[in-house]
Design a binder for this molecule. Structure first.
Ligand SMILES: [Zn+2]
Length: 204
């Protein structure tokens, strides 16, 4: 049985032919390289960066450091961990009218928003450097989900500033607020799930 490695995400496929599309990252058939005894070592070492020479710019050095130190998987733990908690606090605040949970949700969301620039930047740079900015469906969906989540998060914080009693007044606005919080939660979930697919592509 032959083995084929996706050059984008390192997914290993076993079979006579490479798959039409990589099941992990969606890369085309031509991105697959046959893995043989001889190039197995070689294939694994191509991902290792050559030592930086002095001519490489500051931006390149920082990018290399961000990818090498896995800054994206580290920073995404902010939104991935805190948003579910913030949404849960919102539900409690709305259904039980508990202002303390409302404040907790609000400050959690502000904290995550401040966390977003390093998350998005490290994600973008990792995509460019590690995956050569390949425009497969996985990356398009991941970027779209992250942008949707960030825009909604920003909108929810802004809404609360403009209308501080949005969660406690007599109108039904709080349910619209909660609806958007749920959409944001789903978007964060999609982005996180796709990221997990990439990270665990070659670990079976
Ligand atoms: Zn792949």
């Amino acid at each position: 049985m032959k083995k084929w490695k996706c050059s984008v995400c390192n997914y290993i496929h076993e079979g006579e032919e490479p798959p039409e599309k990589c099941p992990v990252c969606g890369a085309n058939k031509d991105k697959f390289i046959e893995v043989t005894e001889n190039n197995l070592e070689l294939g694994n070492t191509t991902k290792v960066e050559a030592p930086m020479d002095k001519s490489s710019s500051m931006v390149e050095k920082i990018t290399a450091l961000i990818v090498e130190k896995h800054l994206h998987p580290i920073t995404v733990h902010g939104p991935n961990g805190i948003i579910p908690m913030a949404v849960l606090f919102l539900v409690i605040a709305i259904f039980f009218q508990l202002p303390l949970f409302e404040s907790a949700a609000y400050f959690s969301m502000i904290f995550v928003l401040l966390n977003m620039p390093p998350v998005l930047l490290s994600g973008y740079l990792t995509w460019q450097k590690k995956y050569n900015g390949v425009r497969t469906s996985l990356f398009k969906m991941k970027i779209a989900a992250s942008c949707v989540a960030t825009v909604i998060l920003f909108g929810l914080i802004l809404w609360k500033i403009v209308q501080p009693d949005v969660l406690s007044n007599a109108s039904l606005d709080r349910f619209i607020y909660l609806f958007w919080a749920m959409v944001m939660f789903a978007a964060i979930g999609v982005a996180g799930h796709l990221g997990g697919q990439l990270v665990f592509a070659n670990k079976k």
